[in-house]
Write a protein that binds this ligand. Structure first.
Ligand code: SF4
Length: 263
């Protein structure tokens, strides 16, 4: 069953004898479909339920930290946030969104002025170009509305799967997991969703996270990665799932007390 924890086999477990119905080993390679099978989470269903119940207790309805005033400004903010901090993006977009909060206004502002507003953000030249191109496409092909469909969103310049997932989740309430650097790290570090690529981690998380937690799971995991299970040194003493965590590098087994955080 998906997501079920399998204990490591005991050294003393006897091997099953082969029966005549079992095919003999032929030395042939396994079919490609089996090789591509996703890894398993190291957590069983009860453990996963407990992890997300605690995240929910800590933050009932977590919000993203990117400032925006409508789906369009959310989309632009997420595009700008690639390889940049939310704080840095918010500083840059404060004035920009006062002037341009629709695709038409962004087009009217023009690439040069968009570039000036966001020049403190990494890759700003390319991002300014994409903001203008995606605004143009929204005006010309989508009637200036943001499509509530991931497959359509990824046709916009500068919009990848992660950005599209964030937008359909935050703007349209669709439960998705947008795997960013924090979620990718946590998925692999603690073995919740071990995967070689963000897509693999996303697929495992979508499979194992109980439906009632799926909508907020994205933000719970990002915030956990940003503030507790940090990249360089996880702050295990401040971790509310330290007793459940199966990371090799964890430095504490005692879970921190859950203190409610209002977003
Ligand atoms: S115990 Fe440490 S490694 Fe495990 S999730 Fe918490 S912070 Fe991360």
């Amino acid at each position: 069953m998906t997501g079920v924890y399998k204990p490591v086999m005991s050294n003393f477990q006897q091997k099953k004898p082969k029966t005549s119905s079992q095919p003999a080993k032929t030395g042939k390679k396994r079919p490609a479909s089996r090789k591509k099978r996703l890894s398993r989470s190291r957590y069983n269903r009860a453990e996963i339920l407990e992890i997300f119940a605690r995240f929910k207790q800590q933050r009932n309805a977590p919000q993203g930290e990117l400032d925006h005033v409508n789906p369009f400004t959310l989309l632009v903010a997420v595009v700008l946030s690639a390889q940049a901090t939310d704080v840095g993006v918010n500083k840059a977009t404060k004035k920009l969104f006062e002037i341009a909060d629709t695709p038409e206004k962004m087009l009217a502002l023009g690439e040069d002025r968009v570039r000036e507003h966001i020049r403190t953000i990494g890759l700003y030249r390319n991002k300014a170009k994409n903001v203008i191109l995606l605004s143009k496409k929204l005006v010309e092909e989508f009637g200036s509305t943001i499509p509530a469909d991931r497959d359509l969103l990824v046709t916009l310049p500068g919009v990848g799967r992660k950005t599209a997932n964030v937008v359909v989740s935050m703007a349209f309430g669709q439960p998705t997991i947008a795997v960013d650097t924090h979620i990718f790290r946590i998925g692999n570090r603690i073995g919740l969703a071990p995967g070689k690529t963000p897509d693999e981690v996303e697929a495992i998380l979508e499979r194992i996270i109980p439906a009632e937690y799926l909508y907020h799971a994205h933000h719970w995991l990002i915030l956990h990665g940003r503030y507790v299970c940090k990249a360089r040194k996880p702050d295990c003493e401040a971790c509310i799932i330290a007793d459940l965590c199966k990371a090799k590098e964890k430095s504490c087994d005692v879970p921190a007390q859950i203190i409610k955080i209002e977003d």
